[in-house]
Write a protein that binds this ligand. Structure first.
Ligand SMILES: [Zn+2]
Length: 141
């Protein structure tokens, strides 16, 4: 497994999707539309579940964009929470932490029996994703 600190947001998203067993896109459906003033139109084949164009099926999973969508990322927090961890999401001004100088959000997982984990990133959703992966990977053992 690739170390979390070396993964880009898309790699993080794909691993979360894989670990959640998220299914491939649905059979594409044709749709078309126009801008409000009717001057410009678009059409194509899209996934009815997530609206991803069929041409991007091979590179985009049918799932939320956890690393960029805080609402989706927060569902990961709930999931970790429900497993018995206390999840602490912290942010601070860059350079103010003596632990990490280049990060501005951290997520701390605390659990009396399993120890804890501390992940950081430049945005809250990415820090949450890394904490979720760290938690989920540790469940493999
Ligand atoms: Zn889809």
């Amino acid at each position: 497994m690739k170390p979390l600190d070396e993964m880009n947001p898309e790699e993080i998203r794909l691993e979360i999707a894989e670990r959640k067993g998220i299914q491939p896109h649905l059979e594409p459906r044709y749709s078309e539309g126009y801008t409000d003033d009717g001057t410009d139109g678009w059409d194509g084949w899209f996934c009815p579940h997530c609206n991803t164009p069929e041409s991007l099926y091979s590179t985009t999973p049918c799932c939320p964009n956890w690393p960029e969508d805080i609402a989706a990322a927060w569902e990961l927090v709930d999931e970790i929470n429900d497993s018995g961890f206390l999840v602490i999401v912290k942010s601070w001004q860059v350079g103010h932490s003596k632990y990490v100088a280049d990060a501005d959000c951290g997520v701390h997982l605390l659990n009396a029996s399993d120890g804890n984990c501390w992940e950081t990133a430049t945005t809250a959703p990415i820090a949450i994703c890394k904490a979720w992966l760290s938690w989920n990977r540790s469940e493999d053992k």
